[in-house]
Design a protein around this ligand. Structure first.
Ligand SMILES: [Zn+2]
Length: 125
């Protein structure tokens, strides 16, 4: 019974492995495969940012608050962190790469709207 519930939960909520798969696919499609994360995982202790990364280690962390949001929004946050592995700061070069993801602008609007609606929710990294 518990196993079955766990399996159901698994289908509804992407796992850490799913996040890594998504990240590699996004990197291959939009970044010529240049961003190569070593791990991408969900974290609970990230209240103020949607995502974060450690470029030196190639690790990306995604806030569990994104769980249940549309896949293209989660993909945008993954994409944002992938680009940080290549370009640490939010300069023109950074945004030029992020904009390769077709729904980047729409996803940013979605997350901004969500932040406005629920006071004190995380901001974009
Ligand atoms: Zn950022």
């Amino acid at each position: 019974m518990l196993d079955r519930l766990a399996a159901k939960e698994q289908r509804r909520r992407p796992s850490d492995d799913d996040l890594l798969d998504r990240a590699l696919e996004l990197s291959a499609r939009y970044l010529d495969g240049k961003a190569l994360p070593s791990s991408v995982r969900w974290v609970e202790n990230q209240q103020h940012r949607w995502g974060s990364c450690t470029p030196d280690h190639g690790t990306i962390r995604i806030s569990v608050r994104l769980r249940g949001m549309p896949a293209w929004v989660v993909d945008y946050v993954i994409m944002h962190e992938l680009v940080h592995l290549l370009v640490p700061s939010h300069g023109p070069r950074f945004w030029a790469l992020v904009e390769r993801y077709p729904r980047a602008e729409r996803a940013r609007g979605f997350l901004e709207g969500f932040s406005m609606a629920s006071n004190g929710s995380p901001e974009e990294c």
